[in-house]
Every structure is written in C-alpha cells, then in structure tokens.
Design a protein around this ligand. Structure first.
Ligand code: NIG
Ligand code: FE
Length: 403
C-alpha cells in the first residue's frame, strides 16, 4: 500500500524523449511511498496499486517542485535606497565604489541578530515556496569574515530544519573585498583559503564554494586559488562569471569542473565551449539583468549551439535582484533572454538540479527520486513562463507531504 497516488493529471516528468522534451504523460499517475516516487506512468498502468490517499487532480499538470539554484536569501536590511539611487542615474558599480552595494548589506548583516536574520529570510523563503519552490540554494557572502560567514551558513542549516524545503548551502567566500582589508587583498584571500574554507568544510556547512569574478570584485587568479582550496577540501565550485564584463571566468570555472557558471551576459564562445565540455551548467539570472536595466543579454543561442544546459534562478538578493517569484524568473527568462517556455521550465527543474549536483535526487519525476512536486491548475505548461505574477501551484508536495 503506497502513501499517496496522484491520478487524473498530466505529468511533466522532465525526462526528455524524442518529440517529447518535457517527458509529458497524458492521463498520468504518480505513486508515492516514504517521501519518494515509486512509480509514474499512464493511469491504466498503475491501476492495480492502492494508496492511503488518492488525489484526483481533475486534469491539472504535475511538475517536479521548482528548484531555485542561485539565491542570496539570508541578509540583514535591504537596499531600497540604492534602487532609488539607480533610478536617479547611479550605476551598480558607482554605488559599490562609493561604499554601498554588497558592503552596505555586509554592515546590515553583521549588525543583525541571528533571530532577525532568520525571520527575514523565512519571509522570503515562504514567498519562494508559495511560488512552487521545493529546493533552494542559499549562498553566504554577506559576512566576509570567518565567523560571520559561518553564522550565515548555520542560519541556512536552521532554515533547512524548520521549513518544508530542501536547502543547499554554498559558501560564497569571495564576494567583495571588505573595507578593512582594502590594502591587504592577498591577506584576505589567504584568510578565506586557509581558515574559512577548512572551517566550513570541517563543520559540513557548505556543499560548494562560489566567488564573484569581476572588475569590482575578484580576479581570475584569486578565484583560482579559492577553487584549488575548495577542491582540497572536497567541495564543488561554481562562479558568478561574466556578469558586468568578460573576465574569462566561465572558462576558469569549466577548467575546475564547476557545477555552474552564473549570469554570463558577457560570455564569449571559448567560455561556452569550455562549459559544454566540462558539463558546467549556465545559470541565467534575468532578475539581476532586469533590476540593473542591463542591455547586454547572455548569448542564449550560443549556449544552445554548444549544447550547454541552461538553468534559471531568482538570484534573490537585496542589491541586484530582489525577486521573490520563481515563475516570474521563468517569465523574465523568456521575455528578456528569449528562452522558450519549455527551456524556462527545464531551467527551474532538471537543469537546476544538475547545477546543484542533485540530479540523483530531484532532476525528474521518476522512481527513486524525491516526491517534491507541484500541481498547477493551468491549461498548458507554457503558461508557467507566460503569466506575470502567477500566484503559485495549487498544491505543493515536499518529500511526499502536502505543504
Ligand atoms: O548575484 N554579483 C554578485 N552578487 C550578487 C549581488 C549581490 C549584491 O549586490 O548584494 C548577484 O547579482
Ligand atoms: Fe548572485
């Protein structure tokens, strides 16, 4: 006897087949036991099985739960003031150079109590979950010192324990050079490499290490030192690359078999090729492109031509992407970057799972995978990338439980 059986639904398994890129099963059924999918197929194939709860879904769509594979969800305060400054003509770089930007959030985060950080992050997390998110990656990066970075990772762990969502913690170790280290760049990177990475790895607080490779942040050489240290401690790597300029960060990330390279507005062909060869996922972040009113788009056609997998994420953060809706990220990926609605859905499911190295757990609706599912009362799945401000799924199952 299974725990649950979903019937009278159309299932987008996300297991691509020829002529069926989303692996759609019309008149499908999904069996769930102990938080995992045990069987999926056409209803008649599952007809002999019984379950404690049977959900007849009246023709609704079932997709994997959405995966937001790039966020900076935990921080103190907000930066609505900088939003106003940008409307008055200041650029993100101008604001950062004047001591605002990431440095401003670092100050607000260091001042915040742990309870305050958790409460504000939980509100944002709740919005993402209502939008259909069942897995969310959370980066540190607003502490920029050993103890304050570890504190953010511990907050992520606390949220994982209290909320019905899978949280994947990333140590964003090189995000910005803190004011008090301005004259000691090398020393700062050494502190991160020699103290923070070992401490985070030892405590099991991070799955991967990230950095911001940019003119206003860290050089490729500094990032490479970080990547080598991460590898020494058994941590995967990923990178904020080619957001504002081409630093050849994507190729560097690929050289280190990064899970993903993210943003990529200024990616060149050599970078795309290297990513394809390494299996590094391109994480597209239209919320940041929109909020910064950028003009240069990531080279989506080039990524397709080279067979680089594309994921889509909110990049939820106080500075460049105060975006709290996964389906709005999908809509923006279509409208601003030219993704097809199918690509946008793959970008928040199967490809996002790969960007987190979690393909075995959550990349599809298939036997053995976690029963993280969304039920959408829509006529077609293309509507997920079409509505601007879709309220969220009718039902959201996390590890088999209705949440
Ligand atoms: O993903 N690019 C760097 N990090 C964030 C922005 C963080 C901030 O401005 O607070 C991003 O866009
Ligand atoms: Fe980011």
């Amino acid at each position: 006897m299974w725990d649950r059986l979903l019937v009278d639904c159309r299932v987008a398994t996300m297991e691509a087949a020829p002529g069926n890129p989303l692996g759609v099963i019309e008149d499908g059924a999904v069996g769930i036991q102990d938080g995992r999918i045990v069987r999926v197929g056409v209803r008649t194939e599952l007809a002999g099985n019984r379950a404690r709860d049977v959900f007849a879904l009246g023709g609704a769509w079932v997709t994997p739960g959405l995966i937001d594979c790039h966020t900076h969800l935990i921080f103190g305060g907000n930066r609505a003031d900088e939003h106003a400054m940008r409307q008055a003509g200041a650029s993100y770089e101008d604001i950062a150079k004047a001591g605002g930007g990431i440095a401003s959030t670092v100050r607000q985060t260091r001042e915040a109590s742990e309870a305050g950080l958790l409460a504000s992050a939980a509100m944002r997390l709740d919005a993402l979950m209502k939008g259909g998110v069942t897995t969310v990656e959370i980066k540190s990066g607003y502490g920029l010192a050993v103890e304050s970075e570890l504190r953010l990772l511990r907050c992520a762990k606390a949220l994982a324990a209290s909320e019905a969502v899978r949280i994947v913690p990333t140590l964003l170790a090189l995000h910005a050079l803190p004011e008090d280290w301005k004259e000691r760049r090398i020393g700062y990177v050494s502190m991160i490499v020699d103290e923070l990475i070992p401490a985070a790895a030892e405590a099991g607080l991070a799955d991967a290490v990230d950095a911001f490779c940019e003119g206003i942040a860290f050089t490729p050489e500094e990032v490479e030192r970080l990547f080598e240290a991460a590898e020494d401690h058994g941590l995967r790597v990923k990178l904020h690359a080619e957001q504002l300029s081409n630093q050849h960060g994507a190729a560097l990330a690929a050289k280190h078999r990064a899970l993903s390279a993210d943003h990529l507005e200024h990616l060149d062909e050599a970078g795309a090729k290297a990513m394809a060869e390494a299996g590094t996922v391109a994480v597209l972040l239209p919320g940041a492109f929109y909020a910064l009113q950028e003009e240069r788009k990531p080279p989506v056609q080039m990524l397709r031509d080279h067979g680089v997998r594309m994921a889509v994420a909110t990049d939820c953060n106080p500075g460049t992407s105060p975006l709290l809706s996964p389906t709005l990220a999908m809509n923006m990926a279509c409208t601003l970057f030219g993704l097809t609605p199918d690509e946008a859905l793959a970008g928040m499911t199967v490809n996002a799972a790969k960007a987190l190295g979690l393909e075995d757990e959550i990349e599809a609706i298939a036997p053995g995978k976690a029963a993280d599912l969304c039920v959408w009362r829509l006529e077609s799945l293309a509507e997920l990338g079409y509505w601007i401000g879709l309220p969220g799924p009718e039902r959201r199952l996390y590890a088999g439980d209705d949440t």
